[in-house]
Design a protein around this ligand. Sequence first.
Ligand SMILES: NC(=O)c1ccc[n+]([C@@H]2O[C@H](COP(=O)([O-])OP(=O)(O)OC[C@H]3O[C@@H](n4cnc5c(N)ncnc54)[C@H](O)[C@@H]3O)[C@@H](O)[C@H]2O)c1
Length: 254
Amino acid sequence: MNRFQNRVAVITGAAGGIGRATALRLAREGATVIAADLDEEGGKQVAEEVGGGFVRVDVTDESEVEALFSRVKDEYGSVDVAFNNAGISPPDDDSILTTGLDAWKRVQEVNLTSVYLCCKYALPHMREQGRGSIVNTASFVATMGAATSQVSYTASKGGVLALSRELGVQFAREGIRVNALSPGPVNTPLLQELFAKDPERAARRLVHVPLGRFAEATEIAAAVAFLASDDASFITASNFLVDGGISGAYVTPI
Ligand SMILES: NC(=O)c1ccc[n+]([C@@H]2O[C@H](COP(=O)([O-])OP(=O)(O)OC[C@H]3O[C@@H](n4cnc5c(N)ncnc54)[C@H](O)[C@@H]3O)[C@@H](O)[C@H]2O)c1
């Protein structure tokens, strides 16, 4: 498949799990990929692997985000896809009873304000082109409640979901689609480490997944590729859940 031939895709958080897998996937389908991340070493490595570019950017910094999209437009000619994916889930973001204002604010900045900024500065280029696809990474926790709370993370992803829906509606008639991608839990090194230490914690979560396992980053990347491509030409303002059935389940198979 060459769904991204002659298309330029900007991916934030491209040095890490889902972002990296998506960079590889879109490049394999013909995209010119610009990896944007705080992590210079990882970001450059991905850019090299996909034959694309790397821009060091802190997604919470307005001038850096504005410069990222202008630079891509100037150097590569267009901004066809923006996958706004950078995010954090730090350990001090926990139950509302223990989470302090600093942790709350930091997570809101990195997970939600960043998506506002990336959309704000990608959209003018897309409007000028009369074409574009934005995919913002939310999470299944924007849809489902968890007793194992990460309160600011959940609220930030709820914000990403509402923001994406609103922009999807506002810009629909200008040829721009905006969707929220909501992954279920993904099999990342961090998760593996956490669950190796605490099998009970893993079991408590896995029991809710009808497919009986966590997602691989490549499975999330496949969904992003679909949403970002013209195959999804009638999909906008959606909450695209890739969660192994979690949000549809009451009782799961044994
Ligand atoms: N892993 C999961 O189970 C899961 C589930 C649902 C949603 N998500 C979401 O998917 C997205 C990617 O998660 P991941 O698991 O691949 O995480 P990851 O930690 O592997 O990757 C995140 C990347 O974002 C970058 N980043 C962090 N802060 C940044 C900043 N201020 N500016 C620029 N870059 C920054 C990091 O350097 C890292 O490369 C996140 O938004 C996360 O909330 C993850």
